[in-house]
Write a protein that binds this ligand. Structure first.
Ligand code: DX5
Ligand code: ZN
Length: 233
């Protein structure tokens, strides 16, 4: 049985009530809290930094006390110093765009040395080639299905082909190494396209506006899970 994870992006949450929003979306069934960091340099927008990650970290728990991973998506350049700051702030996963780091292998290593899982993020027009060289140091691959910088954009369908190609590579890698790497997709995911993204091979789904744009977060997450459950095994 395939395990799917839903990662609400708090980029579309009410920033004036961020702790409450995190708690609500966890009660609604979030598996990860996706945290979008934009620097007005690598992407044309400015969001939240390590201090905010540290402030919401205590809220990243279910009512039974179990932890919900804080999934930090860095859209920043350079990467290394901020990656370390987010690790100290309580990030569980730190992902970055390979174009934004001079030394991708070193950045992956320093994220792991800081005790986090490390992710590589691929823009719609970015090649996957770097994966051939660093997969042993990657815990998560994140495929962008929009150009990074804003919530609420439309899903770029070409991303489905890329997801399928990454799925093949990760399956082959799992067969030879025994190591499972997560395959996350980010941008424009809604109840009506999540099944297609899963069918292409994704196991983890970021959704910002689709969830926080509705009053009833649980209704949206339940509807997404129902779509996933209806997929052929
Ligand atoms: C875009 C961000 C996304 C964004 C997704 O640069 O990385 O995580 O918040 O938002 P939606 O789901 O609204 O496309
Ligand atoms: Zn993101």
């Amino acid at each position: 049985m395939q395990t799917y994870r839903i990662a609400p992006s708090i980029l579309s949450a009410d920033f004036a009530r961020l702790g409450d929003e995190v708690r609500s979306v966890i009660r609604a069934g979030a598996d990860f809290i996706h945290f979008d960091v934009m620097d007005n340099h690598y992407v044309p927008n400015l969001t939240i930094g390590p201090a905010v990650a540290q402030a919401i970290k205590p809220w990243c728990r279910r009512d039974d006390g179990s932890a919900v991973p804080l999934d930090v998506h860095l859209m920043v350049e350079p990467v290394d110093a901020l990656a370390q700051s987010f690790a100290q702030a309580g990030a569980d996963i730190v992902s970055f765009h390979p174009e934004a780091s001079r030394h991708v292998d070193r950045t992956l290593q320093l994220i792991r040395d800081a005790g986090c899982k490390a992710g590589l993020v691929f823009n719609p027009a970015s090649s996957l080639e770097v994966l051939d060289y660093v997969l042993d140091k990657v815990d998560l691959v994140l495929i962008m299905s929009v150009n990074p910088g804003f919530g609420g954009q439309s899903f770029i369908a070409e991303a489905l082909h890329k997801v399928a190609r990454v799925r093949q590579r990760l399956d082959a890698y799992h067969a030879r190494s025994g190591r499972a790497v997560l395959l996350e997709v980010d941008g424009g995911i809604k109840t009506d396209n999540i099944a297609q993204v899963a069918a292409a091979g994704a196991d983890t789904f970021v959704a910002g506006s689709a969830i926080f744009g509705q009053r009833d977060y649980k209704a949206v997450i339940d509807a997404m899970r129902a779509q996933l459950a209806a997929l052929p095994a």
